[in-house]
Ligand binder design. Structure first.
Ligand code: IMP
Ligand code: MG
Length: 369
């Protein structure tokens, strides 16, 4: 996903697909032109990339020129077409083919036809790489069409959103779903992860998905996935990632109006992190950050021993067990720290101080993403 100005766009048409479509158009047009030397007229700005790739592939001599029209403001077609650069050469008797990047309402095409009414060309044909049939409301024939697309706003391969995106070699489509903030929350035992998760949930209206809770819920309610997970656990086997991911998927779908999710207890391995990325991608979203509370070992040991005095949790009472749990945490999360660092998504947050101080630190990280 990419962001241009204030809007998000998702991948839509790959550069390979574009290349194929351009090649097919070249094949059709060069066949129809025979030995005639056509004049290709690109409509600037949008068609510069298409025109360039098209004529590079064109197997026979041809001429290329441009006219410059403008009709779009932001993501909306306007009534008013401005002619910024008109025809600068005599095209009397020539076979002209218009190269358009995209035909939407057909307003621009109408202006093109107006420009050519008094030019006495031998023929005028229209070739457009992208075409939105649902938006087109004119009667001009479109002789060559590359790729038909639904009535959505696209950018890339010459097409822009307020000036940005023309340089992209592939095409992206405007994302209309609202963007989510999805976090993977980490912290060693005793770091105050539960407290901070509650705070983040409330402040950012996120849904906290604790994998442990999700398992317990599914098993307790005997869902199909819960029973499947239990069958592995009963045999003493690890629950396969696929089952866990399916459960998380159901949890995400249940909360489709959330502003985002806090994942807690998952992922634990590279493979799981990959699977989670794919899951979020399938929702047109992504993991934005791994946020890890960082607390010095000695502080953790002290905190947990203190907790053990009142909590009655056996694993909080023994110092060597505590140290082992902390060690295990770092051994396991190191891999994930690398995984998310490689995507520039790892954020360590100092977890020593008052609860309020730590929440302020967490907020400043999240407000930046
Ligand atoms: P029309 O005049 O409504 O057919 O729109 C044609 C012109 O609007 C194109 O040449 C583009 O400059 C612009 N346009 C139309 N649809 C899109 C789009 O989805 N993304 C970016 N520009 C567009
Ligand atoms: Mg255009």
């Amino acid at each position: 996903m990419i962001k241009l100005h204030d809007l998000y766009f998702k991948p839509f048409i790959s550069s390979e697909q574009i290349d194929e479509a351009v090649q097919e158009m070249v094949d059709d047009i060069s066949k129809d032109m025979g030995d005639v030397i056509p004049v290709f007229v690109g409509i600037l700005n949008g068609s510069f990339m298409f025109a360039s790739d098209f004529v590079k592939k064109y197997p026979k001599p041809c001429e290329v020129t441009f006219i410059k029209l403008a009709s779009y403001e932001g993501v909306k077609s306007t009534e008013d077409i401005q002619r910024l650069i008109g025809l600068t050469q005599d095209l009397t008797g020539r076979e002209v083919i218009i190269l358009e990047d995209i035909i939407d309402s057909g307003k621009t095409l109408e202006e093109v036809h107006r420009i050519f009414t008094n030019e006495n060309v031998k023929s005028l044909k229209i070739a457009t790489l992208f075409y939105k049939p649902e938006a087109y409301n004119k009667d001009y024939k479109l002789h060559y069409i590359g790729i038909k697309i639904p009535n959505a706003f696209i950018v890339g391969y010459g097409l822009d959103y307020n000036g940005l995106g023309r340089d992209l070699p592939e095409v992206y489509q405007l994302k209309t779903e609202k963007p989510m903030t999805n976090l993977v929350l980490f912290g060693p035992p005793g770091a105050g992860k539960g407290t901070q998760a509650d705070f983040l949930k409330a402040k950012y209206n996120l849904v906290h998905i604790s994998t442990g809770d999700v398992f317990r819920y599914n098993i307790k309610n005997k869902t199909a996935l819960g029973m499947l997970a239990k069958s592995f656990m009963d045999k003493g086997d690890l629950v396969p990632d696929k089952v866990t991911i399916d459960m998380l998927n159901a949890e995400v779908d249940k909360n489709s109006d959330a502003n985002g999710f806090i994942f807690d207890g998952f992922p634990r391995t590279n493979a799981q992190a990959d699977a989670l990325d794919k899951l979020m991608e399938s929702k047109d979203s992504q993991i934005n950050a791994m946020v890890a509370l960082e607390v010095d070992d000695e502080v953790l040991v002290k905190r947990l021993l203190k907790r053990g005095e009142t909590s009655g949790r056996a694993d909080d009472a023994d110092e060597s067990i505590i140290r082992n749990r902390i060690k295990e945490y770092y051994a396991k999360t190191a891999i994930l720290k690398d995984y998310y660092s490689a995507q520039d998504k790892y954020f360590g947050v100092d977890g020593v101080g008052s609860i309020e101080d730590i929440t302020v630190r967490l907020s400043s990280v999240i407000d930046k993403i």
